[in-house]
Ligand binder design. Sequence first.
Ligand SMILES: Cc1ncc(C[n+]2csc(CCOP(=O)(O)OP(=O)(O)O)c2C)c(N)n1
Ligand SMILES: [Mg+2]
Length: 375
Amino acid sequence: MSLRTVAESRTQRLEVLDEKGRPDPSVEPKLPTETLLKMYRAMVEIRIFDEIAFKLQRQGRLGTYPQILGQEATQIVPALALRPKDWLVPTYRGQGAYYARGMKLRYSLLYWGGDDRGVHFPEETNDLIFAIPVGSHLTQAAGLAWASKLKKDGAVTLAYLGDGTSSKGDFHEALTFAGSFKLPVVYLIENNHWAISVPRERQAAAETLAQKASGYGVYGLQVDGNDALAVWKAVSGALDRARSGEGATVLECETYRIGHHTTADDAARYRPSAEVEAWKRKDPVLRLRSYLGGRGLWDEKREAELQARSQEMIAEEIKAYESFPPPNPLDMFANNYARAPWPLVEQRAELAKILEESRDLEEVSSLPPPEGRFP
Ligand SMILES: Cc1ncc(C[n+]2csc(CCOP(=O)(O)OP(=O)(O)O)c2C)c(N)n1
Ligand SMILES: [Mg+2]
């Protein structure tokens, strides 16, 4: 009889910038100036958009909206590190990642306005739709990565999930598969410390979420998710590992949800404001701005120009969103099935009858014909 160690694992954490945006030269990635500025601009643009979208919802001009305030680095930076043919698999909190991939903001507004024409991604990129059910996209991401491996097309799949979602069975299933098949996939946990009103401490007794990876034979790393440079370095490293056949990675990017869960939530009812204030001091946008300023790449004049240009661009996007003609309600049944199941056939027929009977009403008579595929 003996008791000996048969497996050991350790989990590391990557930080490049301190809270004042000063880099640690031993781990600082050497990025082209153009990439750094692109990253920063997109982070500022999406922050301004996020604040405006929240207000639009409060004014009744948007159905609901999940803010990404405070999570700009984990949203923008990983998506910028991808190649167009890599697969982006976001959650519902994904408008930053989509924006970094080139999707116009008018489509995010349409989507959160309750219009499925908002599911409109650039032709040249491989992006999956917002995943509203938590976790269901994780096994799909493993499937995409398996297909890439079989086809040898060189694409990597990057799937996002939240800290809360890391407690779900889907995560376990996806990692089991990704580990044993050595898939080219990166699971990026945006640990924003809350799953609606449930704190991170309640999700798992493990000290970190990154260490869960080792149980599946997958590499796991914790990253300061409010540090754009650390996120870049960690994601690029994970993409390189995937492309060179070393398999899957779990990145736990530690960040914070500064806003409410969505516009339907009031976080003040369950969360101390001191916690929020403490996290505001680690702001990812301000830290990157200080870093760029320290390298002589940014100043107040450039900042003022960027702010003004962003406001104009977003105003244009809102105008475009609000000028879309109303959709034909019959299209809510379309584009989901190769062959529609009978309950949908019946429901669609019922709605068609109601519309037919109401055709004298002005808002019905002016509707465009249905466009979607409904076989
Ligand atoms: C299958 C499923 N169960 C429950 C919900 C309701 N729900 C929406 S978001 C959420 C919490 C998710 O928290 P987390 O994974 O930390 O992501 P975050 O919202 O913080 O980005 C829950 C339980 C859902 N959308 N889907
Ligand atoms: Mg969360």
